[in-house]
Structures are given as structure tokens and as C-alpha cells.
Write a protein that binds this ligand. Sequence first.
Ligand SMILES: [Zn+2]
Length: 706
Amino acid sequence: MPISEKSIQEVKDALDIVDVVSDYVDLKKNGNNWWGLCPFHQDNTPSFSVAPNKNFYHCFVCKASGDSIKFVQEIEGISYIESIRKLAQKFGVQIQETQVTPEEEKAQKHKESLHIVLKFAQEFFYDNLMNSEEGKSIGLSYFKERGFREGTIEEFGLGYTINDWHAFEKAALEKGYQAELLKEAGLIIQKEGGKQYDRFRGRVIFPIHDLSGRPIAFGARTLKKDEKPKYLNSPETPVYHKGQVLYGLFQAKNEIRQKDNCYLVEGYTDVITLYQAGIHNVVATSGTALTEGQIKLIKRFTENVTVLYDGDDAGIKASLRGTDLLLEQGLNVRAVRFPDGEDPDSYCRGLGGEKFQEYLEQNHQDFILFKTNLQLDEALNDPIKKAAVTREIVESISKIPDPIKQSFFYKECSSLLQIDEDILKEEGRKIAEQKIWKEEKRRTQGRRSWEPPIYDAPIPTQDPSSVPPPPPMDYPPQEAFMPPPEYMDIPTDEAPSVSPLPPIGKQEYKEPEFPSFVSGESINVPLEVQKANNERLFIAELEMIRVILEKGTEVDSQNISVLSHIIEDIGDAYFISPTLRDIFNTYKNEIIISKNIDIDFFKNHSDPLIRNACKDILKISPKASRNWLEKFKIFVPEKDEDLEQIVFKTIAHWKYVRQKYLFEQRQKDLMTSTDFEEQDQILKELAELKNQMTVLANDLGYNDIN
Ligand SMILES: [Zn+2]
């Protein structure tokens, strides 16, 4: 809700920065200013000064500085508006909201009521734990068994619910809280017949707090042996969205900022045990998969996360994928594992805080290397498994937004996996491309032009184990690396002479007429890889580029250039070959800037990759072209053909091949789909594609769809 400018000013007028900072930092006066240990870095001598007359703080070491509002924002990790509200409360300023609709006001009031009833519940559960016979004998003794001290129990607001269907409900109604509100807060449940009862019964309670320390939900653990579920949690409510909350963050946030690192664990008790042992910068996902919202929360305080894994290899492997999300969000991720049978909670209790902390420091490993090492053992002697593992690791690396970090990991993993670095990088590029395709597809879905504007991403649908094994080879020479499954997935098309798969690095797959594109340049993609993806489509793209290079600037009877025709017709189409795509895009951009470029532009291009590739393409002999034509039933323009005919045929043929490619991809999707609705949708798409292909085949004079 917006706050009026007048109120903001009133808060600014009322506050006293020394008073504000003193809530968090011990300050001593020296001259006009006050001094203390900086809360924003690990400070040993007082470097943090506060100037009351300027409403300004400044750290001489880490350079943190600002006014009272910023200080509260930073230290609490809250927004500007939240900070103003907090200060208004502290200094007794009545805040005036502006332009608040009656609905907004109602919703705000409603949330406040929920907060009040949740606070009541937390206190009630705590009281049960500490003062009721049942609470003491069952709940409190459980916590004590886990080594929780009473101070810790109080700090985390732990509690107990009496094993009774109506104990909480009765107490809350007596206090005057409306049953409706109790239901909405997720504290009581109403059956269809009208009967209502407590959600949590006979369980120990872990309150979940928001960033300002208010309880917003509860996790409740049963202590009965066979009761399911072991943990019962509050449902989503207007104040609790579980994907936006991390357990323990309220208690941990200051320490996370100071240590510039956040330990991530799985369970409530992991957090509490570590916290009690002096490791305060720890939060838990509470057993759910990590969400983007949770990662954004962490990012408010640090860029560094150390994941403490529970359990055995299998358990760790299952949770590896979730960790990728952290990489994707640009965080630096490290990992620690514990001896078999131990989790962070048990291991910390066994070792004690100091030794445990030492263990963390000595055993943390960068996540990518951790993941590689973890999977290496089983993969080393099995080329197929190795291909799958490699792909997974490259997938992780490709999610790191920082290219310098990426490059470092490619190098490291190349030596761990004993696979050539360039092959890993190329694989990473492919994954990144697929991501672009998928996004493009999502964006353009529903578009019903006769020509699908995008490719379907070649999603690997095959289980690696169904891929035929490679010929036996001695490990570990580099050639033993099996390309990931989708390389093996060349559409068979009607081109029987295409060998099933050229293992990368093997020499048997050679097309002498093909230009050998430069190697060792920035985009160093072996041509076989570009080609193997879909040879026919690759050649259609190559022909398109050749026509552009040879005839791009020629004009037709209406004085429109060949290039303009092509760009207008194929627009933002995505070439599967990275090299050809680069050339096409360079051409397109250049033509937008200069309107008029000639072939020398490419012959003299500053990027040697483009320069040499173009030279090579122009060298392709008519004989080679004709060979392709025979091999793939491909249209190849003759030198003396009519210009408009050439342009038309080149574009039409390329579209045709592209649609065929799309068709085959969707056919594969159809085979693997288990969802009837999806199957239906795919069948419709296939029918439409077939129609379009028939039209094009007619135009091109192909006898039938092939
Ligand atoms: Zn500082």
C-alpha cells in the first residue's frame, strides 16, 4: 500500500539515527559522531560511524553508507516501504496511506488479523510445551533429547499441540477469535458436515517466521511411531506462500550478510542444531524443492550458498537437480557431504560446534566439481553412463551466467572426465541453444502461420540405456567419449548413406567436398557436429547462405534485392548450424545498418570464422552441389537459372526441409507422450505440417513428400 509523502517526511523528521542503529550495534560517542563494530562486514575494530546531525552512517572499511531508512532496509533485508513502516512504528508516527481502495484496506486489515491469530497460536503452542503435563513429558523431552536448550526453544518459538481434537479451537474461540479466521490461518479444519477440529494434534511445532520475525505458518512433527505424515505443515494462506519462505532466515539473515555465505540444509532440526552450535547463517527448505522465490530471498543477503547434503549417494543424486537452480540464478554454490548415515544435525551434535565448523571449512567443494566427482566412479568404465553423466554436468555448467566461471569449470571437468574441453563446450552450447529454442517456441506458441517460425528443440527423448552401445574401446583414450544421446538421433530421412553416428573425434565420417571451416576460433564447432544434427537441414541452410553470398545484392525487376526478399520471407528463423546462423545474422544486422553491402564485406570480415567460412562456402563446386542433390534429393540452384526462380526455390526448399525436421521431432514426441490430450494436439500439428509440406513439394516439383 502506498504511503503518503507527508508520512514519509514525518517519519524522517521523527527518527534519530543513533537510536535506530543502536538497536543493532553497540555505539560509543567520540567527538560529534558515534562509533561501533560494523554490522555489514566482519569487523574487529570499530570502523562504523554514525553522524546524528546528518542522519548518516558510514563504514570506513566496507564503505556501507546511507541514512536511517537504508540502514533498516539493509540490516533487515526489507524494502524501502517496509523500512519506513518499521521506523514509523518505532517512533510512533501514524502513517497515512494514499489512494487506498476499500478492497486494499480490507485485505490489509485481514492480513493483520491473520498475523494476530497466528501469533496467538504460536504463544499457545509454546505455553503447552513448557507448562502442560503432556507438553513437558512428550514435546519438551523430545526437544531436550535432541539437545535443544531452553533459550534456543524460546528463540525459535517451538511448541507442542495437545493430543486433542479441540484444545486449540476452544482456547482461540474463548479468546474471541472468529472460527472463520482460524480456518483461514490453517489452524482448524472444517469438514463438509460442519464439524471442525484442530489441524495439529499431538505434535511438536516449528513456527515458520517471515523476515520481520512474525509467525506465518507451522511445521508440525508427529512423535508417534507410525503416524503419517511425519511432518504436517500449514496450508498456503494469504500470509504464507511456501515457495517464498526459508525456514530460519529471520534468525539467520544478519549472520548470512556478515559471513557472506548461507548454509542450506533440509530440515528444521538441522537449522536449530547448527544455530545452537554457533553457526547462525543457516536456513532450510523444509523438505520441499528449492524455488526461485527462495533463492531471491537468499540473494538479498549473499551471493554464496553452501549446500549441506543429507544421506547417501542415492539421496544426494536425487537432490542435485534442485541445486542447479542456484547456479542459474548466478549464485556461487558449494557443497558438503557427511560420512554415511550422518546428516548435518546428527553430525554436528556428535562433533560439537567448533569441530563441525572446521569440518565444513575443510570439506566444502565447489558444486560442479562435487557433482562430477560424485558421479564419476560409476561412469568411468561405462561409456554410455559417462555420456549421460557428462551431459548432466555440462547442463549444470551451462546454467552459470558468468562466462569466465563457465570456462573455468569446463577446464576442470575436462580433466576430471578426461574429455576434450572443446567437446564439453560444444555440448554446453547446444544445451544453451535448446533453451533458446524452447523459449522461442513458448513465445510463439499458438501462432498459426503456414510456416512454423521455429524449430522444435531436439529434446533427447531416449533413455541413454536404449542407445546402442559403441564399439568396444579401451578406456581412457579421448575418442571413447560417446556423444550424448541426441547426437545419435539423426533422423534417418531417406538418406540411407548417412552413417548412424560419427563418434566425435573419429575420422571415418568424412565428406571431402565439404568446406572445412576454421578451427581453433571462438566458435569452434566441428562441422560433423553441426551436420550430424540434421544433415539435410544443414545443407539447406548452407545453400541459403551460398545464395545470399553469391546473389544477395542482385536486384529483381522491382529493384528489390535477393537478400531483402530472403530476410523478409524467413525473418528471424533460427538456423541449426551455429556458424551459418552467425553469418546470416551478421548479414542481417549489417544490412540494417548500412543498407548496402557487397560480397567483399565478408571476404574481408574481421572475424576469421566468418571470413573463412564464407570463403569456403563460395568455393563449393557445382559438382559438389550436384552430389548433394542426388544424395538428398535436394534442390540446388544452377548457375544459370533465373534469379527469381533461384530465390524462390532456395527458400521453399529450406522451408520444406525445416518442416520435415519439425515433423520428425513431433513424431518422436508422439511416441513418448503418455498424455491423451497432448497426443491429440501433436496429431493435429502433424496433420497441418503434412499439408504444408505437400503444398511446398508441389511448388518445388517434388514427386511426393520425401
Ligand atoms: Zn563495514
